[in-house]
Ligand binder design. Structure first.
Ligand SMILES: [Zn+2]
Length: 129
């Protein structure tokens, strides 16, 4: 019988991305730090949430399929169906990595300081990686 891990409350289940794929996504982990670099993963399952604050309610800010970044110290690694999965609280996540759509008007050129794109609003001072 196949099993799957259903996270409870504000926990999420994450499958770690292969380092190769992280490099392909273009994010560069800065060197020179002795701390373990943040890890990348794909959200597999999301708990139903807890009533964090009156204003925030129980809405979980990530969905299955999201590419998330989390500290190496986050959560607990468990093995389910021979797969190593991370279970952590959603508040431990550092963020969701989203793709930035290249602007058709300015993606292929460098904007000068003070110049801005009429289409996307990007300005010359923006640092692009
Ligand atoms: Zn633009």
């Amino acid at each position: 019988m196949r099993q799957e891990l259903k996270p409870l409350f504000d926990r999420v289940v994450i499958k770690e991305l292969e380092p190769d794929r992280v490099r392909a996504s273009g994010l560069v982990v800065p060197g020179g730090s002795h701390e373990a670099p943040p890890q990348h993963g794909i959200v597999l399952a999301v708990g139903s949430g807890i009533d964090w604050w009156e204003s925030a309610g129980v809405k979980m800010p990530v969905r299955p399929g999201d590419h998330v970044v989390f500290p190496a110290s986050a959560g607990v690694w468990v093995e389910v169906e021979e797969e190593r999965l991370l279970v952590c609280r959603v508040t431990e996540l550092l963020g969701v990595l989203t793709a930035v759509k290249d602007c058709v008007a300015c993606a292929d050129r460098l904007l000068l300081p003070g110049e801005s794109c009429d289409v996307c609003g990007r300005t010359g001072s923006d640092v692009r990686r």
